[in-house]
Design a protein around this ligand. Structure first.
Ligand code: ZN
Length: 172
């Protein structure tokens, strides 16, 4: 599947096709599975937002690298209304909270990556699809294993043997 594959914003099926433009000249898509018509932003955190994709991308990068940046600073950097910046911060915190349960039960898979210079350990539960992300100082075994075991909990079966390293570049 190419990176351009569009997933339906209603049923999640892959492979929606282009379906003309709306009044504001934004590309519309139609799902080949449920036939619903949507825009790229429909039913995403961006729906109803007047910010550009570029501003969203910058705001997300700033949140990822400088979590806790104040709404006042964010509004200055992006040149947006402080109220809008407050709303962005609320949205991002809400999204991240969903990613950070204390436990991911059942069978889980783990990976670790660097964001710029920060190592991040990530796990996903095969059963519940819950995710967990944690900043770690390095990728040594005795750094990662206790964390994986703690999150997997009693009876959980994690697969630390499948841990591998990747370097993610967020510089575009
Ligand atoms: Zn659909």
């Amino acid at each position: 599947m190419s990176a351009r594959t569009i997933f339906c914003r209603f049923c999640g099926a892959a492979g929606a096709h282009r379906f003309g433009k709306d009044r504001r000249h934004r590309q519309r898509y139609q799902c080949s599975h449920c036939s619903k018509v949507f825009l790229r932003r429909t039913n995403t955190v961006k729906s109803g937002s007047h910010l550009s994709d570029r501003q969203w991308e910058m705001a997300m990068k700033l949140f990822a690298t400088r979590a806790g940046m104040s709404a006042a600073d964010l509004s200055r950097v992006l040149g947006i209304n402080p109220k809008t910046a407050q709303k962005l911060n609320r949205i991002f915190r809400h999204v991240v909270q969903g990613l950070r349960p204390h436990r991911i039960p059942g069978v889980s898979e783990w990976d670790e990556s660097t964001f710029s210079t920060q190592w991040v350990l990530g796990g996903v539960s095969r059963d519940s699809k819950q995710c967990l992300l944690e900043c770690i100082p390095d990728r040594r075994e005795d750094t990662m294993c206790p964390r994986v075991l703690r999150a997997a909990g009693p009876g959980g079966s994690s697969s630390p043997m499948s841990i591998w390293a990747t370097t993610v570049s967020i510089v575009t």
